[in-house]
Design a binder for this molecule. Structure first.
Ligand SMILES: Cc1cc2nc3c(=O)[nH]c(=O)nc-3n(C[C@H](O)[C@H](O)[C@H](O)COP(=O)(O)O)c2cc1C
Length: 176
């Protein structure tokens, strides 16, 4: 089964998640940055969309792509993952509902957060200060060590990615 993972990523966390998911799904899966994708989703048996979340909003390239290609996406097995700090099911479902057209949100066979990451070394000083604050708030609420603003900080979970891949194999397999 040919699966396309289309993703957008600001600093690389969603890209990493997409690559890990492609490995978990096997050799017929392609992970492509939506900005570099000029093919047609029609060539694939299933489509997975991946995006990070900033202030409750997904990345604009993904939003635009889904809007423009909605009719073909509705004809294919479809799923969504987020790279973001929130992992609670209710919050993740809110992100899905608030950022995707209702028909497409309803069409998603699976929707999960794989966790988020901050690559402090890649950021400029202003971004570093903002990101350190956000990651610290999250760390406090989750009872994990606060980031130091220098070393990379990640909550991306291989377990979540592998569980999602299993869900996809079962949901997309049945649908095709
Ligand atoms: C300014 C800012 C706002 C963020 N807002 C949210 C948010 O609303 N919900 C959330 O779960 N994570 C939020 N995050 C965490 C990012 O989604 C997370 O770091 C993600 O892994 C970044 O992925 P990317 O490098 O692929 O863009 C925010 C991070 C920053 C820096």
């Amino acid at each position: 089964m040919k699966i396309l993972i289309l993703y957008a990523s600001t600093h690389g966390a969603t890209k990493l998640c997409a690559e890990k998911l492609a490995l978990a799904l096997g050799s017929e899966t392609e992970a492509v940055d939506v900005n570099d994708f000029f093919g047609s989703p029609a060539q694939y048996n299933g489509i997975i969309i991946g995006t990070s979340v900033y202030g409750g909003r997904i990345l604009k390239e993904i939003k635009a792509y889904c809007k423009e290609n909605m009719s073909i996406l509705l004809q294919k097995p479809f799923a969504v993952f987020f790279s973001c700090l929130s992992e609670r099911e209710t919050t993740v479902n809110e992100y899905l509902k608030q950022n995707f057209p209702p028909e497409l949100a309803g069409h998603a066979a699976a929707c999960e957060s794989f966790g988020g990451a901050f690559y402090f070394k890649k950021l400029n000083p202003l971004e570093r200060a903002v990101d350190k604050k956000i990651a610290s708030i999250y760390a406090k609420s989750s009872g994990i060590p606060a980031p130091d603003g220098k070393s990379d900080f990640s909550t991306i979970s291989d377990e979540r990615i592998n569980a999602f891949a299993q869900k996809i194999n079962s949901a997309f397999g049945k649908a095709s």
